[in-house]
Design a protein around this ligand. Structure first.
Ligand SMILES: *[C@@H]1O[C@H](CO)[C@@H](O)[C@H](O)[C@H]1NC(C)=O
Ligand SMILES: *[C@@H]1O[C@H](CO)[C@@H](O)[C@H](O)[C@H]1NC(C)=O
Ligand SMILES: *[C@@H]1O[C@H](CO)[C@@H](O)[C@H](O)[C@H]1NC(C)=O
Ligand SMILES: *[C@@H]1O[C@H](CO)[C@@H](O)[C@H](O)[C@H]1NC(C)=O
Ligand SMILES: *[C@@H]1O[C@H](CO)[C@@H](O)[C@H](O)[C@H]1NC(C)=O
Ligand SMILES: *[C@@H]1O[C@H](CO)[C@@H](O)[C@H](O)[C@H]1NC(C)=O
Ligand SMILES: *[C@@H]1O[C@H](CO)[C@@H](O)[C@H](O)[C@H]1NC(C)=O
Ligand SMILES: *[C@@H]1O[C@H](CO)[C@@H](O)[C@H](O)[C@H]1NC(C)=O
Ligand SMILES: *[C@@H]1O[C@H](CO)[C@@H](O)[C@H](O)[C@H]1NC(C)=O
Ligand SMILES: *[C@@H]1O[C@H](CO)[C@@H](O)[C@H](O)[C@H]1NC(C)=O
Ligand SMILES: *[C@@H]1O[C@H](CO)[C@@H](O)[C@H](O)[C@H]1NC(C)=O
Ligand SMILES: *[C@@H]1O[C@H](CO)[C@@H](O)[C@H](O)[C@H]1NC(C)=O
Length: 765
């Protein structure tokens, strides 16, 4: 988690314009030399910027290197094999192909890129790198990601104009607006009415934005559409969220060249043109042309030393999350969020009470399941808030998981169990690809794990044993760690590995589940136990009835958030409301992000393989034999040298298979409409309580805002309290907070350095 605690950079429009002294194409000779000259004049700026077109001309002048490209396309092969769903991506169910995304042939795509490399058919390094990047991105599996150095190390592209997509009255289809206009209109300038954007770069705005949305990481098209825009929930996550929307260059938007300018025509007839720009991420001193750019930054080793969050081959294979940020946490601004009852310091989770007519309602906002070492804080915030809500007599609970890209798997189980301690603790089972690498690693891990006790070692205990338990004992490659679908322990590695079923020509392990009662749970959870199990098995009081809970999402619910949602919907029957979406009628999905149940960083895969070959061998001879298997393919470092610094490199390792689905379709490929769709309004993009109130009205207030679907009984079950002293104090605080909202509190840039479901690094348990 490099540079996690960097403060948010609040770039104003003016400073971007000023720091882009070069107009497009006003340079003679080398574009890279012009970048270098421009950067030299910006010594006082943390991140220099240049016009987007200049950056593009520079990066596309880096020459293509055939032998290096061949090493890279061949280098990814061992890691692609760990991707759980390539046969399903190639041949998805008809409903997925129709409503979500078309099929993508990963292996075929890689083969055709390789053929072009061999034929020398790439004009420059960038066109090669972009094709490789887009091959993975086009799967829309947020866990499958590799960003070549040429795509992410040198420049990040951006537009100086974040947008929002809102409905005029909550019923009409949404239109896109310049966010600064909406802010000005909402917070101060009462004489100004913003006009919707009708055209972008000569195309209808709707069509342009729907196409642009496809560059995002999510699979669902309405969730992808929402991710184009400025959103309070993502902004509240600071640098680990997807920022101010892909349109303005946050999240995956930063890796796509947006062309030189962004030209709008508004409905009122006004036209406006913005100069796009690029952030310069490396030191350009002495870069004279594309060739020197290539030599300096695109041949590895990595240009800057960035602390690695993932285990190196040398470290133990600790399952304990190691992405510990050492800097003192500073609160991250959460513009548009009211004063909380309790909130985790990075805004990963927070609890709020609503005022006046909504005094029955508590809101648990959960934009993350934690990608840093804050699992205990997350759990205690959730538990504290639910207890506080009960103590204050709240009767209704809104859970807002907007922007939730996932995080620690067992926190998803824990939050569900906090809400429903007596319900069944699983809704889906896991599996991974059964092939040579996973088999050999599993055999060795299971064998070695049989030589020491399965005990949790405390700080003062035996360090050797502690390391073994941590690296091997608690691993998914030790068959003792999980249980089968009937909650029984496996008898051997073979019993777990199978192969279980064969689908579409590929082999998978038997299905397995987390053993939530396992003594080693804290090693897989960042230190917590799950409520209802082990030392927390005395937690049995359900705080709210299922019909008194509703979950709202922007569709950006990925990874651990989808595990949580599967439990909430399938086991507890809680209703889900989806927000926003494309300007089209009809229902949308609430859960639009990757539904794989565990990602694996490629560094972790490499470490597993190398550790097995060089540490788990009983003899030198055994090591040589292991190295002669497929495990020998993981000793080359090309893919790591040629990757974007500090960005996730992942595969989706585990599929989730819904309980009772005898056809064993991975959940990733299951289309699931929400129960009700509510459109964003201007107010909701400035004050998050406008969302929560619309959700509460719809579910319990007898006033439906659903444009499709339905929740609640259509009658009022939420009551306005007799306002006591505390409620009156809250009303006053909320009024003061709203009066205090200022345009300048809403940052117009948030650097998003980490890949979006970055928290999922911690899913690599
Ligand atoms: C091309 O890449 C190879 C490594 O595969 C390297 O040895 C060579 O120097 C590179 N050529 C140029 C011109 O950088
Ligand atoms: C308010 O909007 C009007 C109309 O666009 C504009 O002329 C005026 O300068 C704005 N005032 C402020 C304080 O921004
Ligand atoms: C038209 O709308 C745009 C975008 O909201 C605004 O900037 C501009 O001032 C408006 N023009 C007029 C003439 O109202
Ligand atoms: C950039 O312009 C080209 C040529 O007009 C167009 O094909 C492409 O879609 C544009 N890219 C974006 C991101 O708008
Ligand atoms: C960039 O590199 C040059 C030469 O290596 C060095 O003098 C300069 O301080 C570096 N600039 C920054 C901002 O690090
Ligand atoms: C392992 O550690 C040694 C000694 O510190 C170092 O030379 C080597 O590069 C490391 N290997 C990896 C894969 O990190
Ligand atoms: C740690 O474990 C050792 C050995 O099992 C035990 O004697 C000791 O009391 C434990 N310490 C703590 C603080 O639990
Ligand atoms: C520590 O644990 C290891 C592995 O189980 C064992 O071989 C060793 O004897 C233990 N050492 C002590 C001092 O108990
Ligand atoms: C689980 O139990 C069912 C019903 O007893 C049985 O048919 C099935 O084979 C069992 N599955 C496993 C993996 O043990
Ligand atoms: C699946 O397993 C069968 C039987 O072991 C084997 O013949 C086949 O090659 C495997 N398929 C793949 C894609 O690994
Ligand atoms: C459960 O047990 C723990 C420790 O024994 C105690 O601190 C906690 O208050 C208990 N919780 C409940 C709900 O009884
Ligand atoms: C295991 O293999 C490594 C080399 O891969 C070797 O250094 C080590 O000594 C071997 N371990 C044993 C116990 O033979």
């Amino acid at each position: 988690m490099p540079r996690f605690f960097n403060a948010i950079a609040g770039l104003s429009f003016a400073s971007i314009a000023l720091s882009s002294p070069l107009q497009a194409r006003q340079y003679g000779g080398s574009a890279c030399a012009a970048v270098s000259a421009s950067v030299a004049t910006q010594s006082s700026v943390a991140t220099p910027t240049v016009p987007a077109q200049l950056a593009y001309d520079c990066i596309t002048s880096a020459p293509f290197n055939q032998s290096a490209a061949l090493a890279l396309v061949d280098g990814v092969v061992p890691y692609f094999k760990w991707q759980s769903n390539t046969v399903w991506l190639k041949d998805p169910p008809a409903e997925y192909a129709e409503k979500v995304q078309p099929g993508i042939d990963i292996w075929g795509g890689l083969e055709s890129i390789r053929a072009k490399v061999v034929a020398g058919a790439y004009e420059n390094e960038y066109t090669f790198g972009l094709e490789l990047y887009l091959l993975l991105q086009s799967t829309h599996d947020g866990h499958f990601v590799y960003v070549p150095d040429v795509i992410g190390n040198v420049f990040n592209f951006a537009r100086p104009v974040p947008l929002v997509s809102v409905s005029a009255d909550g019923q009409e289809l949404p239109k896109a607006y310049v966010y600064a206009d909406v802010l000005a209109e909402s917070l101060g300038n009462t004489t100004f009415t913003s006009s919707a954007i009708s055209q972008i770069n000569g195309q209808s705005a709707k069509e342009y934005l729907e196409n642009w949305a496809q560059y995002g990481s999510l699979q669902d098209r309405d969730a992808l559409y929402n991710n184009v825009f400025y959103e309070l929930a993502t902004v509240s996550l600071g640098p680990v969220g997807s920022g101010i929307g892909t349109f303005a260059g946050s999240g995956r938007g930063r890796w796509i060249y947006p062309n030189a300018t962004t030209d709008f025509v508004f409905e009122n007839g006004t036209s406006r043109s913005y100069d796009n720009y690029a952030k310069v991420l490396v030191n350009f001193t002495g870069v004279a042309d594309g060739a020197s750019l290539y030599q300096r930054f695109l041949t590895g080793p990595r240009p800057t030393a960035t602390p690695s969050a993932t285990p190196s081959a040398n470290s133990t294979l600790s399952a304990t999350p190691s992405a510990t940020a050492t800097a003192t946490p500073k609160p991250i601004p959460a513009p548009g969020y009211p004063p909380p009852v309790v909130r985790e310091i990075h805004n990963l989770i927070g609890g709020y009470f609503l005022e006046d007519d909504y005094s029955d309602v508590a809101v648990l906002s959960v934009p993350s399941f934690v990608g840093i070492d804050a699992q205990e804080e997350f759990q205690s915030t959730a538990a504290t808030f639910l207890a506080a809500a009960k103590a204050a007599g709240k009767k209704k609970l809104v859970v807002d998981v907007s922007a939730n890209g996932g995080g620690t798997i067992l926190l998803g189980y824990d939050l569900y169990k906090l809400l429903f301690p007596n319900n069944i603790g699983h809704a889906a089972a896991d599996r991974f690809r059964a092939f040579e690498s996973t088999d050999i690693i599993g055999q060795k891990f299971s064998e070695v794990a049989g030589t020491f006790p399965r005990v949790l070692v405390n700080e003062t205990g035996n360090q050797t044993l502690s390391d073994l338990v941590d690296s091997i004992g608690s691993s998914v490659f030790n068959y003792r760690s999980d249980i089968d679908v009937n909650l029984t322990n496996f008898e051997s590695w073979q019993d777990k590995f199978g192969p279980g079923i064969q689908q579409k020509g590929d082999n998978f392990t038997n299905l397995f589940r987390w053993n939530l009662s396992d003594v080693l749970t804290p090693l897989n959870s960042g230190g917590i136990y799950v409520h209802g199990y082990g030392p927390l098995s005395n937690y049995t009081q359900q705080p709210f009835a299922a019909e008194d809970i509703v979950v709202v999402t922007d569709g950006y619910c990925a990874s651990t958030c989808t595990i949580f949602s599967e439990l909430m919907r399938q086991r507890a029957g809680v209703k889900y409301i989806s927000l926003g979406g494309r300007p089209r009628a009809g229902i949308t999905q609430a859960v639009g992000g990757v539904k794989g149940t565990n990602n694996f960083p490629w560094t972790y895969i490499q470490a597993l393989a190398q550790y097995t070959v060089t540490e788990l061998n009983a003899t030198l001879d055994e090591s040589a034999k292991l190295r002669a298997t497929e495990l020998g393919d993981y000793f080359d470092n090309t893919v790591f040298r040629r990757a974007t610094v500090g960005n996730a490199i992942n595969v989706n390792f585990r599929d989730g298979i819904r309980d009772g689905d005898d056809s064993d379709v991975p959940l990733q490929f299951v289309y699931e409409p929400s129960d009700c769709r509510i459109l964003y309004t201007k107010a909701m993009t400035v004050d998050v309580t406008a969302i929560w109130k619309a959700v509460a009205d719809t579910t319990w207030g007898g006033v439906s805002h659903c444009v499709a679907g339905k929740v609640g009984g259509g009658y009022k079950s939420m009551v306005k309290r007799e306002l006591g002293v505390r409620e009156k104090v809250l009303s006053r605080r909320m009024r003061e907070w709203r009066r205090g909202l200022r345009v300048e509190d809403y940052p117009m840039d948030v650097s998003t350095e980490a890949e979006v479901p970055r928290g999922d690094g911690l899913m690599a348990v």
